[in-house]
Each structure stands twice: as structure tokens, then as C-alpha cells.
Design a protein around this ligand. Structure first.
Ligand code: SF4
Length: 455
């Protein structure tokens, strides 16, 4: 798990997402995290023509461009994972995937809407990008160099599972231009890591962290999860202290959720097992306690689940751009993207993905949707609320809409309930609101999207 598309287990865009569960009471099966709008269930295969025309249109050079690369392999499937991941693939299957990814990037680079544009951000997410060998990473770097320039990218993020690193690979990350490493720590207790099906244990965390520090990166992020199976008050506080001792630039904390397709959810559904995860009030209390400790230790709040040493220098450009509607090219199986006003997602099965790219020589896009301008406004408003505060003025400039009037009713309701304050053209979430921000967002959706499946 790490902080991607944005923020979710082994951070990238979630493969499944809400029917948004109320963030109260026990942790039942259902998603909580909001990462896009309109809901993914509204993106359709018969709308793929919309993204094909976006790719063949004139490039809009004023909009920043990013690239997301999905590496869908993991050593082991975590019990809480809801991503498209493959375990036990042999070396030749992985080699073939890397070849497909290289080919897909070449195809993307040939599209009129992309030609001549430079990448501002690159994000390697998964799955486990650090599962790849140094040789495969250098191959991807070289392919990118030949096709879309990333030499001037502000930020290149790379997600790592501690047990897949070695010093040589960490040096390769530096060599290919990674600026922000995100280490999926999740917990510092071996019994809890094991019980939740993580592939790594604590010695691997400390070894990996040493290598990262030895080699040196502008930003190191570590991920924690509040509410893993077996978590206790005492252990959680020990985890928070250990994270502070490591002193990374950023710390990301997720609250454990149980989307439909996790192994835990399957057990609950098929065997009537009660939820083994702490309830929402407990998880929110744990995150609140972590916030207090991080603030005391000098960290600042960058969003409801992200803490940074300095808001001025530790920018997370990928997230900031995503939340502000910039273009993001998707590459890899099941990856999500947005180009010139159109949302899209690649095929989510390896076979179909590779057939499209390698055999048919075409972009492997499975579904798409062009949101209306009003829906784009909602998307940016709800995503930016996750940062804990927003100004109305940039929305007025971009959309010609006063968001305080447009969303007056949900803002009033949520202010009355103590989740936020509206003052002087600004919305600011209270601690109570910040701790459960995702559960507040569907109230801003268009009525027809409030009760539909999210994925
Ligand atoms: S199985 Fe892989 S992608 Fe899923 S949470 Fe675990 S490490 Fe992350």
C-alpha cells in the first residue's frame, strides 16, 4: 500500500471504489475512498471513441502532462488488497509485461495530442513497481526517453515494497531519475504484518530505509495503515513513534477499508465471519492521535491522510495535478487516465491488455467517459476538499462558478454538523471533517450519482 492515484493500497487509482459506506460504526464490506468523479461505474466501453478522438486532437500544451505506469506484480497478495495484482508470475511473463508497457508508451508517444509535450510528473504505481529488476527499469527509462520527454519532470514517484529492494536496485532508482520514493511500511509489528498477509517483515523495512537514505532522494514517503487486523492502541502508538524516529519527509496514513474484492471481504461474505478490522470511530481516533504526534514532531498536515515536514518543499506534484484536472496518461493493465477532458481506463486483464498492445498494435483502452463541465467542477471540488481546505477564487477563475453558492446546501449541512467552516471565500475542514472527509464527498455529487455503484 502506498500513496497513489491517489492514495490507496499500493497507491494508484483503485480498481474498485465506493458505494460509499457511511464512515460510522463497524468496518463492513464496502468502499470509502473517493478518487474520481463521475463514479467509475459510469465509464463505458461504448464511449471509448471519446478518448480516441481526444488522443487524435490538437495537443493542449498549456495543461501539465503526467504519466502513470502500472506494475501489477506482487510477491504475495495482502489480505486487504483490492488492486489488480498478479502473484507467482514467472520471469518470462514479467519480461513480456515490461515489453508490452514499453510498446504501449511508444504508441502513446505517437498520438497527436501527446506529440511535442513534456512530462511534468511520472508515477510508478502498482502492484509493486520495485518487483522489477534494475535491467527492466533501465529499459523503461530508455523507452520513455525515446518517446515522451521526461528529462524535465518535476517529480518521479516510485512505490516500493521493502522486501523487494537491494542496494543495487535503489541505486538504479536514483539513476533513472526517481525523486520521490514511497515505501509501503504499513506497520512495524511482525505478527500484524504476517496476519495481514504482507510479504515483508520489519527487518526488511529498516534495511530498505537505510539504503534509501544512503543513496539519497529529495523525498522519502512511508505509508502506514490504521486498522490492520490485530491492531491495538499500544501498538498503533508504537508505530507512530517508529515512523517519527525514521524521520521521512512525508508520512501517509490510510484508514483500513474493505472493498468488495479483498480476501477479508470474501471471508466475511462467504463464511459469515464478523469484521476483523477495528470500527471507524477507533480508526479515526488512531489517525487523530497520529496527527497530534506528527504535529508535535514538526510535521504539517498536507491532507486528511498526508503529513509532510515542510509544506513549502515537500510538494506532492502528482496529487496536486490530479486534483486540479491536469492530463494523466495511463499505461499498464487496468491503469486510469485523463486526457483533454476525457476519463479512461485500460483493460483490466493481462491477456486482453497484451493482445491489444503487442498483437494488434493499438492502445489498450477498455472504457471512457467525457464528463460535463459541471461534473469536472464537482470532481475538482471534492478532490481538493481532501486537502482539508480550498479557496473559492480559483474555481471562479477556471469554471466561472462561485462554489460557495453552487454547493451552498451541502456546505451548510456539513458546517452545521461540525465538519467544516466557511469563511471569507474559503472552506476549511475541522479535525472531525478531515478524519472522515471521503464520507462527506458524495453529498456534492449530482443526484443520479449518489446511490450508484462507485466502480
Ligand atoms: S498485494 Fe501488492 S498492491 Fe496489494 S496492497 Fe499488497 S503490496 Fe499493495
Amino acid at each position: 500500500m502506498t500513496d497513489t492515484q491517489t492514495a490507496t493500497p499500493m497507491t494508484a487509482l483503485p480498481v474498485t471504489t465506493p458505494t460509499v459506506t457511511p464512515a460510522v460504526g463497524s468496518t463492513e464490506v464496502g468502499s470509502y475512498f473517493v478518487s474520481n468523479y463521475p463514479p467509475f461505474s459510469q465509464w463505458r466501453t461504448d464511449l471509448v471513441g471519446e478518448i480516441q478522438s481526444a488522443f487524435t486532437s490538437e495537443p493542449n500544451r498549456d495543461v501539465p502532462l503526467g504519466l502513470y505506469l502500472h506494475i501489477p506484480f506482487c510477491r504475495k497478495r495482502c489480505k486487504f488488497c483490492y488492486f489488480r495484482v498478479y502473484t507467482n508470475q514467472n520471469a518470462s511473463a514479467i519480461e513480456q509485461y515490461v515489453e508490452s508497457l514499453g510498446r504501449e508508451i511508444e504508441l502513446i508517444g505517437q498520438q497527436p495530442a501527446v506529440r511535442g509535450r513534456q512530462l511534468e510528473v511520472v508515477y510508478f504505481g502498482g502492484g509493486t513497481p520495485s518487483y522489477l529488476s534494475s535491467k527492466q527499469l533501465l529499459f523503461l527509462r530508455d523507452t520513455l526517453r525515446r518517446t515522451i520527454s521526461w528529462d524535465h519532470a518535476d517529480e518521479v514517484t516510485f512505490e516500493c515494497e521493502p522486501g523487494t529492494l537491494n542496494l543495487e536496485k535503489v541505486k538504479t532508482l536514483k539513476e533513472i531519475g526517481v525523486t520521490r520514493v514511497s515505501l509501503g511500511v504499513e506497520n512495524f509489528n511482525d505478527a500484524i504484518l504476517e496476519e495481514n498477509g504482507r510479504a515483508h517483515l520489519t527487518p526488511e523495512i529498516f534495511r530498505a530505509y537505510d539504503w534509501l537514505q544512503q543513496v539519497g532522494f529529495p523525498q522519502i514517503n512511508i505509508d502506514l495503515i490504521a486498522g490492520m487486523i490485530g491492531e491495538t492502541d499500544e501498538n498503533w502508538l508504537r508505530c507512530v513513534e517508529k515512523a517519527i524516529e525514521l524521520s521521512p519527509d512525508n508520512i501517509t496514513v490510510y484508514q483500513m477499508e474493505l472493498p468488495f474484492n479483498t480476501l477479508i471481504s470474501k471471508e466475511m461474505r462467504e463464511h459469515g465471519v464478523t469484521s476483523p478490522v477495528a470500527d471507524w470511530p477507533t480508526k479515526r481516533r488512531w489517525v487523530s492521535e497520529a496527527m497530534d504526534r506528527f504535529l508535535t514532531a514538526g510535521y504539517q498536515i498536507s491532507s486528511g491522510n498526508e503529513f509532510v515536514k515542510s509544506l513549502d518543499t515537500d510538494r506532492f506534484v502528482y496529487r496536486d495535478n490530479l486534483f486540479r484536472g491536469t492530463d494523466l496518461l495511463a499505461s499498464g493493465v487496468s491503469a486510469f487516465g485523463h486526457l483533454q477532458g476525457v476519463h479512461y481506463q485500460n483493460y483490466d486483464g493481462l491477456e486482453e491488455y497484451q493482445k491489444a498492445v503487442l498483437t494488434e498494435g493499438r492502445l489498450p483502452i477498455n472504457r471512457a467517459r467525457r464528463p460535463t463541465v459541471h461534473q469536472l467542477l464537482i470532481r475538482e471540488f471534492v478532490l481538493q476538499l481532501k486537502e482539508g481546505h480550498l479557496d473559492a477564487e480559483p474555481f471562479a477563475r477556471k469554471f466561472g462558478v462561485d462554489v460557495l453558492t453552487e454547493f451552498a446546501e451541502p456546505l451548510r449541512n456539513q458546517e452545521a454538523a461540525g465538519y467544516l467552516e466557511v469563511d471569507d471565500g474559503r472552506v476549511r475542514l475541522t479535525r472531525k471533517g478531515l478524519l472522515q472527509v471521503d464520507s462527506l464527498l458524495p453529498e456534492y455529487f449530482e443526484p443520479q450519482h449518489r446511490l450508484v455503484r462507485y466502480t
